[in-house]
Design a protein around this ligand. Structure first.
Ligand code: ATP
Ligand code: ZN
Length: 298
């Protein structure tokens, strides 16, 4: 492993898997450019003092705890599982949800069987790779079930007679259906998050961390953002404002020599379809323009 450079930030990212591509894509959209090391375990930041370590997702919380990396991109399910299993030991903090890798940890049961509701789980065996999250949910729900820990192929546990139910990550539900299972209850909602080391960073690194966090937040909020420009009668402003899916109040500018008219500039969180534009036009809007937003920094 490359030795830690004291002034360079390190961010751990999944090497291959469901989060790998989106994690690097996000860092690139936040303005980072990389050069790969020969062994492809390390990406050297070319334009900022930030390097990327490519690892298994399960290793990311540990790397943060031991201080080998200041930041990581990991599923909240992995982060919280290890925090609960660590029982009060220093644990990484979630800095920012990232909006991809969405999934839920759910209890699923055979499609044909005697289990109909969560209370039926009492006294049964539930197979999972997330024993701490499951135990936490069972305790909060006042249920007593035996947690059977499996590290993979959890979905076949009922057919193998190892458990009556499973607790596993679900996104579309296709894997459950393929194994004649159905979802009974969600135990935990997850998505990829930016996480930070529990160790206090140096003052210089704290500045870098905050800078990268703000850039990533900017890259995320720029996703799908549109700038809407239009002119309208001043009297129509309240109705127009109501129609715009904007984050903040729009900027309103007066027009030279036309006291009854205004120009409106609004940052919107979603695309405006034709119907939207036609309604704005009915309210008296003219010179309507919808522009993609390339970059944003709050
Ligand atoms: P690694 O080799 O890095 O250990 P892995 O096989 O443990 O990879 P992946 O299957 O790539 O992990 O999943 C990584 C993360 O993607 C999960 O921890 C979870 O946060 C998220 N995820 C999103 N949808 C799903 C899904 N349907 N099943 C499993 N994980 C999902
Ligand atoms: Zn993993």
């Amino acid at each position: 492993m490359v030795s830690a450079a004291p002034d360079r930030l390190r961010i751990a990212v999944q090497k291959s898997g469901r989060l790998a591509e989106a994690s690097l894509g996000l860092l690139r959209r936040a303005g980072l450019a990389f050069r790969a090391s020969r062994d492809h375990l390390f990406l050297y930041g070319e334009n900022l003092p930030i390097d990327v370590l490519l690892v298994r997702d399960d290793d990311i919380p540990g790397l943060l705890v031991e201080g080998s990396c200041e930041l990581g991109i990991v599923g909240r399910n992995v982060l919280v599982e290890q925090r609960l299993a660590g029982a009060g030991a220093p644990a990484p903090q979630e800095l920012l949800p990232l909006g991809f890798g969405g999934c839920r940890l759910s209890i699923a049961i055979p499609q044909s069987g005697a289990i109909a509701q969560t209370s039926d789980l009492d006294g049964l065996r539930i197979a999972t790779s997330y024993p701490a999250l499951l135990a936490d949910w069972l305790a909060r729900s006042g249920l007593k079930a035996e947690v059977v820990v499996l590290n993979g192929s959890v979905e076949i546990a009922p057919r193998l007679g190892k458990a009556e139910a499973i607790c596993d990550l679900v996104s579309s539900g296709a894997t459950l259906a393929a194994n004649q299972l159905r979802e009974l209850v969600t135990v935990f909602d997850s998505q990829a998050v930016l996480a930070s080391s529990p160790r206090e960073p140096t003052a210089a690194k704290a500045v870098q961390i905050e800078r990268l966090r703000a850039r990533i937040a900017g890259a995320l909020s720029g996703d799908g953002a549109r700038l809407v420009l239009l002119q309208a009668p001043r009297a129509a402003l309240p109705d127009i404002t109501r129609l715009l899916p904007s984050r903040d109040l729009p900027s309103v500018l007066s027009l030279d020599g036309r006291p009854d008219d205004i120009a409106v500039q609004a940052l919107c969180s979603a695309a405006l379809d034709w119907q939207h534009l036609e309604e704005l036009k009915r309210l008296g809007a003219r010179s309507l323009m919808v522009l993609n937003v390339e970059r944003m920094l709050a």
